[in-house]
Design a protein around this ligand. Structure first.
Ligand SMILES: N[C@@H](CCSC[C@H]1O[C@@H](n2cnc3c(=O)[nH]cnc32)[C@H](O)[C@@H]1O)C(=O)O
Ligand SMILES: [Zn+2]
Length: 430
């Protein structure tokens, strides 16, 4: 057994207590073997004075949208997608996806995110990046019917199913997949039903956008006399493995249905604020036992992929939404960003315990904004930033050591992404 020991730090346990312990990791299985005092390994990471926490889980993003960061801001969802995003995405080439994904993955490794769920195009190129960079990911081809004829819309869903089957288990098992129809309003009912049936036949989840804006909810209610989540359940999109992004506008019946079926919701607070989509009822979801993770959404509606920002936004917005300062308390926000997201994605990760995946972020606490140390969970929720991450470990391998990313050439990744982004906008004629 080749081992890695993370020594001298304090660890954040899944019950949100902090204790002094070393972490011993089996690099071959990628699992945590043991927590304890004075553990030695073949390789070692110094965590003296640091906090070792589970690697963060970004449970909903469109990673290559990093190329569109700052391209179009300050618009509502529908206008933003139709006027600014979709026209540029039509000019995307596979090389762009690879360059944008590498940039996004680099940003996530630097900020302690070890797993992301991605809905986008040309996902085999994103898979190549994940393979090289060493993170974990759930990938899916986003399929859409809007603007396509019947045959093209069906082919898009079939592509999503084929890619999910093809890539599941890639990168030594670090890649899992889902079938990803874009949303309840941009994919036809027949194709949503087909996506669900095919996904479950392939043994993978369905992932989609739902209940993001009132503009999406109202037409479904008017046309069908049903709430969107009830309709999604009837189409087969709410089984225990399935999960959707946003869930901003949900009523009590829908929340109850999500809890009963075990359907996961990925809360994307920054995107919901930036596109003025609304405030998700996160405390009510948690109280009802709905599995909840956190996502950045794409970098064009955030505009970064730092999960620390997201978990602070989740805590802040959750209080505002509930009109209650005790809502979405610090431990709940930190849990959503770690174990919550891992549970939504069906991964044995997000917790520091023997037998769990060795996906870890080591936080350097030696900073003015993290002093004094009254409560480290409070610091993670309200004061820490992605740039406080010192080491990142995924699947037992060190991806970043002392703030140096070992698996990607940082300067080359940034240079290439900037060049591809310029070329993309030029080709799109904007
Ligand atoms: N194959 C599809 C691509 C879908 S990928 C996922 C899509 O979701 C878009 N997207 C990004 N953020 C959001 C959001 O908040 N809500 C809905 N869609 C979004 C993103 O720009 C991308 O077009 C096609 O032919 O267009
Ligand atoms: Zn999205």
């Amino acid at each position: 057994m080749a081992t890695l020991a993370i020594r001298g730090g304090r660890i954040l346990r899944s019950d949100m207590t902090v204790t002094e312990a070393d972490v011993l990791v089996d690099r071959e299985t990628g699992d945590i073997v043991e927590l304890g005092a004075e553990l030695a390994g073949d390789d070692e990471l110094d965590a003296d004075g640091d906090l070792v926490m589970p690697g963060l889980v970004n449970a909903h993003t469109h990673v290559a949208m990093t190329l569109l960061r700052g391209h179009a801001d300050d618009k509502s969802l529908d206008a933003w997608l139709r006027e600014d995003i979709w026209p540029v995405e039509a000019a995307l080439e596979p090389e762009d996806i690879e360059a944008g994904a590498a940039l996004g993955v680099l940003e996530m490794i630097r900020s302690g995110t070890t797993t992301f769920a991605d809905m986008y195009f040309e996902i085999d190129r994103t898979a190549d990046v994940v393979e090289r960079a060493g993170t974990r990911a759930m990938l899916g081809h986003g399929a859409i019917s809007a603007g396509k004829d019947d045959a093209a819309a069906r082919a898009d869903i079939e592509e999503s199913v084929a890619m999910a089957r093809q890539l599941d288990g890639a990168a030594d098992g670090r890649i899992s997949t889902a079938v990803m129809p874009h949303s309840l309003t941009t994919v036809t009912p027949e194709l949503l039903e087909l996506a669900a049936a095919e996904a479950h036949d392939a043994g993978v989840p369905v992932h989609y956008h739902a209940n993001e804006t009132l503009d999406e909810v109202e037409p479904i209610v008017e046309e069908r006399g049903q709430r969107p989540v009830e309709w999604a359940r009837d189409l087969g999109l709410c089984t225990e493995s399935d999960f959707f992004a946003h869930g901003v506008h949900l009523d009590d019946r829908e929340i109850d249905l999500l809890a009963r079926t075990g359907t996961g919701v990925v809360h994307c607070p920054a995107s919901n604020m930036k596109l003025a989509s609304g405030m998700a009822p996160v405390q009510r979801l948690l109280d009802s036992g709905v599995p909840v993770g956190l996502g950045t959404d794409g970098a064009a509606s955030n505009n970064d992929l730092d999960l620390f920002d997201e978990l602070r936004d989740a805590a802040m917005l959750g209080k505002l939404a509930a009109g209650d300062a005790s809502a979405v308390a610090a431990p709940d926000a930190v849990s959503m960003a770690t174990a919550g997201g891992a549970d939504v994605l069906g991964l044995n990760a997000g917790r520091i315990e023997a037998g769990a995946r060795a996906d870890l972020a080591v936080i350097d606490l030696d900073a003015p904004h993290l002093t004094p140390e009254h409560d480290l969970v409070s610091h993670l929720a309200y004061a820490a930033r992605g740039s406080d991450v010192r080491h990142t470990v995924c699947d037992g391998e060190v991806l970043m050591r002392d703030r140096e990313v070992l698996t990607l050439d940082e300067a080359a990744v940034m240079e290439r992404a900037a060049a591809r982004a310029d070329g993309l906008l030029e080709r799109a004629g904007v």
